[in-house]
Ligand binder design. Structure first.
Ligand SMILES: Cc1cc2nc3c(=O)[nH]c(=O)nc-3n(C[C@H](O)[C@H](O)[C@H](O)COP(=O)(O)O)c2cc1C
Length: 340
């Protein structure tokens, strides 16, 4: 197994895995905090947290100033770790350029761009010595990112929790690996255990990028009722929807709906998207109130198909250790079983 190493000065991938694990995590919440780094970092991995670009709201709908909030979060992260860490952006949001400049000023090790052409962001990052990860949902996007000089490409399948495309990880990943070689590729979407990590590595990935699994980590910044809902969900309980983005007027690309736990609100409004503008304020109030009272029939909870594989909440460091150990065991034992 090979890790993705984004330490300053390192090539994008290096060395063997024994003290670096090929697992990265992201999962943003409306009010993400840098504390999630803590559990993982004590174990010596690169912590990554999805710091959401654009409107940064806390649970009460407050919108702090994005640039100063981001600066503060990076400084908190740095106070918690001597290890390199990165910042992820939803790059279709309008203030991405401003926030990316803050991340570069603050000297993060890596930046991730998702949901927009990363080309304008790559040269300034490289000039600052910062690695650029780009999360893509199609082969064409992967080729664009590789030509633009992305250091690591994350091939994200539609199984993923949160915003994603339509293609499945299992077929998209090896196609991207072939198309962008020798650029390193990381797999995202549907991976929550060692079986998924082992499969991704065999398909040519350098590592796995997981979100849903870390929603159930002790360090996650969101409410425990969302974690409980993800733990209770089966593989059949998620759906891709644009409803909450349309209601909240969040500027995600139309081809990247949010995979969420299916609920009565989604069932009621699916197919009625054109009615949303006329009811927007009432719907925004309904959704906010649903979150306030932890009402799963109304509140949107982002989670991937892999929710059905997760049975317990654990510290992030234990999650990583368990997944990597299971993958290592499988990669040793399965060939013996299959090939004799
Ligand atoms: C709760 C949650 C929030 C997410 N937020 C973001 C985000 O802000 N930006 C982003 O690029 N991806 C986000 N993702 C998607 C992840 O980057 C990743 O592609 C996905 O979680 C991988 O699939 P998995 O959920 O099956 O592990 C989010 C995923 C989850 C579950």
């Amino acid at each position: 197994m090979r890790p993705v190493d984004v330490s300053p000065g390192s090539p994008p991938t290096t060395e063997s895995v024994h003290d670096h694990h090929p697992a990265l995590y992201v999962a943003r919440h409306r009010a993400p905090d840098s504390q999630c780094l803590d559990g993982r970092d004590r174990d010596g991995r690169v912590g990554r947290r999805g710091l959401r670009g654009g409107r940064l709201r806390d649970d009460r709908g407050h919108e702090p100033d994005g640039a100063s909030w981001l600066r503060e979060q990076i400084r908190i992260a740095r106070s918690l770790t001597g290890r390199p860490f990165g910042v992820g952006f939803i790059s279709s949001f309008p203030d991405t350029a401003e926030l990316a400049r803050v991340a570069l000023d603050e000297g993060v090790a890596a930046i991730n761009h998702s949901f927009a052409d990363p080309t304008p962001f790559i040269a300034p990052a490289h000039a600052a010595g910062v690695k650029v990860f780009v999360q893509v949902q199609t082969l064409t996007q992967a080729i664009t990112a590789a030509r633009a000089g992305a250091d690591v490409i994350i091939a994200q399948g539609g199984e993923a929790g949160g915003h994603a495309g339509a293609l499945g990880t299992f077929a998209l990943l090896p196609a991207v690996v072939d198309a962008v070689a020798p650029a390193p590729v990381v797999a995202a979407g549907g991976i929550a255990d060692g079986r998924g990590l082992a499969a991704a590595l065999l398909l040519g990935a350098q590592g796995a990028w997981m979100g849903t699994r870390f929603v159930t980590s002790h360090e996650w910044g969101g409410p425990s009722w969302e974690q409980d809902a993800v733990l209770a969900a089966t593989s059949d309980d998620t759906v891709q929807t644009r409803l909450y983005d349309l209601i909240g007027e969040r500027p995600f690309p139309a081809e990247n709906p949010d995979r969420m736990l299916r609920n009565a609100f989604i069932d009621r409004w699916t197919g009625r998207e054109s009615e949303i503008p006329a009811h927007r304020e009432a719907l925004q109030a309904e959704v906010a109130a649903g979150h306030e009272r932890a009402d799963l029939a109304v509140a949107g909870v982002s989670a991937g198909v892999s929710a059905g594989l997760i049975t317990s909440a654990q510290p992030a460091s234990e999650i990583v250790r368990g997944i990597v150990q299971e993958a290592e065991d499988l990669l040793r034992e399965r060939p013996r079983m299959l090939l004799g």
